[in-house]
Design a protein around this ligand. Sequence first.
Ligand SMILES: [Zn+2]
Length: 416
Amino acid sequence: MIPGGVDVHTHLDWNFGIARTVDTFASGTQAAAFGGTTTVVDFCNQGPSSPLAALEDWHQRAEVAAVDVGAHMILNRVEDGTLADVEALIRNEGVTSFKLFMAYPGVLMLDDASIFRVMRAAGELGAVVCLHAENGPVIEVLVREAVEAGNTAPRFHESTRPSVLEGEATQRAITIAGLTDATIYFVHLSAREALDAVTLARQAGRRVHAETCPHYLFLTSDEYEREGFDAAKFVMTPPLRSREHQDALWQGLGTGALSAVSTDHCPFCFAEQPYGMLYSKQQGIDDFSKIPNGAPGIETRVALMHDGGVRTGRISLNRWVELVATAPAKLFGLYPTKGSITPGSDADLVIFDPNEAWTIRAAEHHSRIDYSMFEGREVTGRVKKVFLRGNLIVDGSEWLGRDGMGRFLKRTATTA
Ligand SMILES: [Zn+2]
């Protein structure tokens, strides 16, 4: 028995305008539960409105959640009133972490001045600043030139986002944060150069943390060599990297340089039907830069980390639980309510059979997504029963939970 998994990186029912993730909070959280995850911290996007108004909208969509949910706030503009909203979110709304993009100029990216201002405010208030660290402006030039040269296949998604640009942005964020009291957390770290920067900062005693995701640990950029448009299934940011980077990430999990494993579940269907083009990778059939960036994974994280981590001897049983539950709960103000089996914790429990072998198939998933990046992969170790606050919600293949039984988690500010 292990504590329910805590996945602090999901994009459920996220409307980008030009694309929308296909999982609702109902389908996405049911999929999470079947995968042994009972707590999800999802990204609420400020979008065109104020952060407080965006949270209201997020709450409406999240009402149908079947497991407990918290929210991080993505800030895509810092203008008059933004920092007042940040303070209100932390003090009153239980939203104690903020995500800033260093990529996607003109859409989500903040400039360095805005990043500095948010970090300074967050540091004073004990909030965590999450960063998508890639040098967006340089990537934009590389992408534009690739498309103009007729290099429009999905594999050019990778070659236009080189790992050094993740390393550069990671180091820049660490440097800027050093002028403030902010605790920072790098989402979906994929590159050795980024890991090196985080490792050095941690050795210097800085409050710098990073997560990676199962796809960076179990897949490589070889997937982009697939025939035809199939490689679009692996178009997420950052892209899959070479084996050298993957080996470094496993080392980072061992040394503690990496603090958590999250999914970045951001599901866009491969096929256009049945949900429509808005929800589909097919938008980019003629141009990789138009493929919605994101991939699924909410249902397979806990089992994959057991199979490829514990069974192969790369991480211990305890480290597995720490990476998928305890550490993310601690970092994001949920511990010991979540991520722990102790008196006073919520009875979020997973009965896991470490010996049962099974095969990952999208057709058997509970998510609405129509593919898995791990299709056909055999894994040993399977979630058998899941309890949410003492209620049995998953019993083998049977769903006993219900939409809306998830609670909103008001998180506490932390100075991890
Ligand atoms: Zn993400």
